[in-house]
Design a protein around this ligand. Structure first.
Ligand code: NAD
Ligand code: UGA
Length: 465
């Protein structure tokens, strides 16, 4: 089966970049990305590529090449469904905030809405591809809806989870470690899988395109994120022990990472992992295990989240204790708000929780992030509901100049590893601060020797300096 028209429902961090790369690599396929969010679609269609709704290095060039040729962004969901032979579902699947499974289970209401809309709008047979991260066995529910609410058309459901990381989305999409395609093991299922494999084969070596049954594919995505997050929590747990024993977590990471069975990646101790997915996907895994009565398995994975919460709180408490146990009324500069560098995404960023902790102690925060807007920072704080929006606005200043953020502050907390932070004139910053000037590097990446030479009292994760 040759696919000539694709539609993707959901123009977010996954739908946008993924479809842009498919369109770039497959000029003969018409790719339409649809969303109910008009502002997002307007952003994707904006002539000024700086206004794309997702910031990813290299994405603007790919969009510029394919947009208007075979890549389109629209809010007309039904039209795109009707025209496409293959429909990706790439909508959000956040943690449920209400009812059964609140705080753990994935909220699948947007997935169900998509399935119902596809069934209602489709006028021919379709291949429906789960791109969103979903609990294992979701394809069963999607198929049930499609088969029972449509007009007699046939649907094949594939699972094709996305493994890109934000900040490196384009690199990851252009040269993925693997692409995973799960499908039904029937002749029709295999044909559908082949159609999707053929699309990726335009740029991904065949041996990197793995095919499995649907359930393995769905579960592999949750498992991959759980393993990755577990590595971060593992090294972070060791970072605390390093701080008590004069071991250096970077040295420990290097030493264990040299073992090819362990490998060097994802051993960077930090203020805690953030991002939209690690926490949500592990919570979802925990929820699924509990539902199956697998209490020990659930408890095992839950510990990864507990360790992460501990790491964020520990960082904030450390700041307070070094500021003589009170930050009340003190200006603290926060450099970085995004959950990692090279993205404007702030979902579950450690910075949000550190800020909230400091604000509970009546600190006055001055925040700078090179890619995150003032509005977004305030939204993130307001979403916690710890205090009123007016109170947040009164206690938090958000600036576009890092030097202004640091001026007259008692301490600087570095929350994101933005490259530009390394190149600041730290002499100027030091002399503009209240003394003793303290700096807390939550990413363990600045030049601490140099900072100490300037006069800073510096503290970092997993190392006594
Ligand atoms: P996102 O919130 O950035 O984008 C989702 C989009 O779907 C939104 O723009 C929303 O308006 C749209 N949408 C929701 N319901 C819709 C509907 N019925 N019709 C049309 N549009 C609809 O989310 P994201 O970060 O792109 O994540 C999407 C999925 O991919 C999630 O399941 C996530 O777990 C998974 N994932 C995310 C990443 C990542 O790096 N962000 C990586 C791998 C997998
Ligand atoms: C992660 C996975 O890496 C992707 O494979 C996956 O597709 C994605 O989640 C998803 O499902 O959403 P992402 O969250 O974008 O990608 O970014 P990561 O690079 O994994 O970083 C996650 C968090 O862990 C960040 O806050 C980062 O700073 C932190 N981290 C990462 C560390 O603290 N130490 C490390 O060594 C690595």
């Amino acid at each position: 089966m040759k696919i000539s028209k694709i539609c993707c429902i959901g123009a977010g961090y996954v739908g946008g970049p993924t479809m842009a790369v498919i369109a770039q690599k497959c000029p003969h396929i018409q790719v339409t990305v649809v969303d109910i969010n008009q502002a997002r679609i307007d952003g994707w269609n904006d002539e000024n590529l700086e206004n794309l709704p997702v910031y990813e290095p290299g994405l603007d060039a790919i969009v510029a090449e394919a947009r208007g040729r075979n890549l389109f962004f629209s809010t007309d969901v039904n039209k795109a469904i009707k025209e496409a032979e293959m429909i990706f579902i790439s909508v959000n699947t956040p943690t449920k905030t209400y009812g059964e499974g609140r705080g753990q289970a994935a909220d699948l209401k947007w997935i169900e809405l998509c399935a119902r809309q596809i069934a209602a709008a489709a006028e021919s047979d379709k291949i429906v591809v789960e791109k969103s991260t979903l609990p294992v066995r979701t394809a069963e529910a999607v198929k049930d809806i499609l088969d029972n609410t449509g007009h007699g058309n046939k649907f094949q459901i594939l699972s094709n989870p996305e493994f890109l990381a934000e900040g490196t989305a384009v690199e990851d999409l252009l040269a993925p470690d693997r692409v995973l395609v799960g499908g039904e093991m029937s002749p029709e299922g295999r044909e559908a899988m082949q159609a999707l494999v053929d699309i990726y084969a335009h740029w991904v070596p065949r041996e990197r395109i793995l095919t499995t049954n649907v359930w393995s594919s769905e579960l592999s995505k949750l498992t991959a994120n759980a393993f990755l997050a577990q590595r971060v929590s593992s090294i972070n747990s060791i970072s605390e022990l390093c701080e008590r024993t004069e071991a250096d977590v970077s040295e420990v990471g290097r030493a264990i990472g040299a073992d090819s069975r362990i490998g060097p990646k994802f051993l960077q101790a930090s203020v805690g992992f953030g991002g939209s997915c690690f926490q949500k996907d592990i919570l979802n895994l925990v929820y699924i295990c509990r539902r199956f009565g697998l209490i020990e398995v659930a408890d095992y994975w839950e510990q990864v989240i507990k360790m992460n919460d501990h790491q964020k709180a520990r960082f904030a408490k450390n700041i307070i204790s070094h500021l003589y146990n009170t930050v009340s009324g003190k200006k603290i500069a926060m450099l970085g708000w995004a959950f990692k560098k090279d993205t404007n995404d702030t979902r579950e960023s450690a910075a949000i929780y550190v800020a909230d902790h400091l604000l509970r102690e009546n600190a006055k925060l001055c925040i700078y992030d090179p890619k995150v807007s003032k509005e977004q920072i305030l939204n993130d704080l307001n979403y916690l509901n710890t205090r009123t929006p007016e109170e947040n606005e009164a206690m938090v200043e958000i600036v576009t100049d890092p030097y202004q953020a640091c001026k007259d502050s008692h301490a600087i907390a570095v929350l994101t590893e933005w490259d530009e932070f390394k190149d600041y004139n730290w002499d100027i910053i030091y002399s503009s601060m209240l003394q003793p000037a303290q700096l807390f590097d939550g990413r363990n990446f600045l030049d601490h020797d140099k900072l100490q030479e300037i006069g800073f009292r510096t503290f970092t994760i997993g190392k006594i300096i």
